[in-house]
Design a protein around this ligand. Sequence first.
Ligand SMILES: Cc1cc2nc3c(=O)[nH]c(=O)nc-3n(C[C@H](O)[C@H](O)[C@H](O)COP(=O)(O)OP(=O)(O)OC[C@H]3O[C@@H](n4cnc5c(N)ncnc54)[C@H](O)[C@@H]3O)c2cc1C
Length: 497
Amino acid sequence: MSVKMPPIDEALMTHREEIVAALRRIVPGEGVIDGEREMRPFESDGLTAYRQLPMVVVLPSTTQQVSDVLRYCHEHNIKVVPRGAGTSLSGGALPLGDGVLLGLSKFSRIREIDFENRVAVVEPGVTNLGISNAVAHRGFYYAPDPSSQIACTIGGNIAENSGGVHCLKYGMTTNNVLGLEMVLMTGEIVRIGGRHLDSGGYDLLGVITGSEGLLGVVTEITVRILKKPETARAVLIGFPTSEDAGACVGRIIGAGIIPGGMEMMDRPAIHAVEEFAHAGYPLDVEALLIVELDGGKAEVDHLIDRVEAIARECKASTCRVSQNEDERLLFWAGRKAAFPAVGRISPDYYCMDGTIPRAALPLVLSRMREMSEKYGLQVANVFHAGDGNLHPLILYDANVPGELDKAEAFGSDILRLCVEVGGVLTGEHGVGVEKRDLMPEMFSEIDLNQQQRLKCAFDAQGLLNPGKVFPTLHRCAELGRMHVRAGKVAFPDIPRF
Ligand SMILES: Cc1cc2nc3c(=O)[nH]c(=O)nc-3n(C[C@H](O)[C@H](O)[C@H](O)COP(=O)(O)OP(=O)(O)OC[C@H]3O[C@@H](n4cnc5c(N)ncnc54)[C@H](O)[C@@H]3O)c2cc1C
């Protein structure tokens, strides 16, 4: 584990028994877990190289319980890490040894479905797919669709501003959320937004979506639901080089076509997926695009013809259009199974997430190949190509001494490259602990301090999910008085972890 976490407050830990007893009074029954063996399932999230048992796990089932737990922790200076399903790939839900792990899994109810206003009001522990399933009988769905959608929760999606295949056309989580109920670290319960399209004042929904559990605990969400398009068809397009595939992505978007989804895989990913999912992917190509067109039938047929013509101009070697719904779903089943498929060909893999301007794709791919040679580690690439969102999967073996460190260094170089070409450190997986120490690659000290001032406005004691996102720990009072001159940090003695 190369990223340092805040040191454990040993003085606080001497009061562990009283803290657990107090939390049991707030959440009686099985809602408080303090046995070492029972807490093991919570020690890590999707970033499995990092693990740490929490001081105690608390599983409330009402907003009032969340409020009482947070108020108690605030009064006793106890850190809190919110957790949904624990599928975060950036370590956002990694527990703290002296902190409460606040699991939202019991918040699993759909509170209301309002087809007339096209919204669903749900609790944060409902899975992403659970929302679509709940409204499917009337032909509706919830558009953002992370590959982890059978497991990940909408609360986690809000915290990470999660994306998926359909976000190119229908927007990320932030574009599909209308209202929230959230509990602040002080225990105060606030409501932001509602069923309406816009609220007066600052766009606090935008601030909270993607805030990685640092500002408050979300206890209710109002999401937009959409009517399913009349038709959707997918095209599998194979290319002799990744550069040709990258160019085709730009040409399709440049022609004014916004596909429902546009995903790309390179040769190692195609082969791993085909062996696992038998989706009918061509094996004699270097890169594969899956382009989905949706809408009215005539429109979709017309767009398919245009996409096929563009693909031919971009030197596509194969082009196959789905002929029925089963085949379309099969094309996507392969893509959605890409991570587990790669998991079969390597003992371990490290999934990176960065975003670049689409035009930089060929350059970034060729630089990644050089890095792969330099580090002696293979990489399989899966992209949300339309969004320029890269997911290089770095293959390594954690049992070989030094390989994890090499994989992490390789991943950091990829992210630096993303920033260098005008992109950003994350597309949808968040910063968490994974990219925390790379934040200065993208933001100046002044930027980071301004972002922390916002955090201070919600959580002045810095008790919610500390050690995530920000590389430097500041006390809010000091930030308030801070003057940064010529980029020099005013309080060099404040600990960095
Ligand atoms: C196989 C696989 C595929 C994936 N594919 C995608 C993908 O296609 N697109 C994508 O965007 N992500 C993807 N992910 C990443 C992950 O699924 C998402 O980040 C997801 O949103 C996390 O949801 P969760 O419920 O598991 O949250 P957790 O992992 O439990 O938590 C994530 C963050 O949210 C915070 N949090 C959780 N609940 C709340 C709450 N109620 N209030 C406040 N903060 C909260 C936590 O503190 C943490 O910081 C994938 C992960 C895996 C393992």
